[in-house]
Design a protein around this ligand. Structure first.
Ligand code: UDP
Ligand code: MG
Length: 134
């Protein structure tokens, strides 16, 4: 069994898409092992998005990610890291196919509803990073 870290972003909560997105995860047969709503700060976002700190959009990303609570989840299943990435769709909303979460509901690259770990090792790192909130 593999684990991944999923986070519903502030826009998912503001747009009342939490139930819809969780239903897609559950319909796929993925198992929610832990779930919690909490609010992020800039410090943890600099760790979580360390690969993006130098990007021009980083301040906008921090602004967005601290604009309201998020919902963190640990999801467990076979090959769940890649499986959840496929269910989410790619980062850029215009490249996300209909049928994916981002493809069906996102129309902005920053406000793209959902985070999912991109590798097994990053999943374990992120679960560690966010476990203090659970
Ligand atoms: N992001 C953005 N503009 C970009 C690329 C990324 O605002 O050009 C934001 C977006 O919210 C994305 C997050 O930064 O989900 C993390 O970027 P990453 O490349 O890790 O994409 P993800 O793994 O979320 O698909
Ligand atoms: Mg990423």
């Amino acid at each position: 069994m593999e684990r991944t870290y999923i986070m519903l972003k502030p826009d998912a909560i503001k747009r009342s898409l939490v139930g819809t997105i969780i239903k897609r995860i559950e319909d796929k047969g993925c198992n929610i092992k832990a779930m919690k709503m909490f609010t992020l700060n800039e410090e943890i976002l600099k760790e979580h998005y360390s690969h993006l700190i130098e990007k021009p959009f980083f301040p906008e990303l921090v602004n967005f990610m601290t604009s309201g609570p998020v919902i963190g989840m640990i999801i467990e299943g076979t090959d769940v890291v890649v499986g959840m990435r496929n269910l989410m769709g790619p980062t850029k909303w215009e490249e996300a196919s209909p049928g994916t979460i981002r493809g069906d509901f996102a129309n902005n690259t920053t406000e793209n509803l959902i985070h999912g770990s991109d590798s097994v090792s990053n999943a374990e790192e992120e679960i560690n990073r966010f476990s203090k909130f659970f």
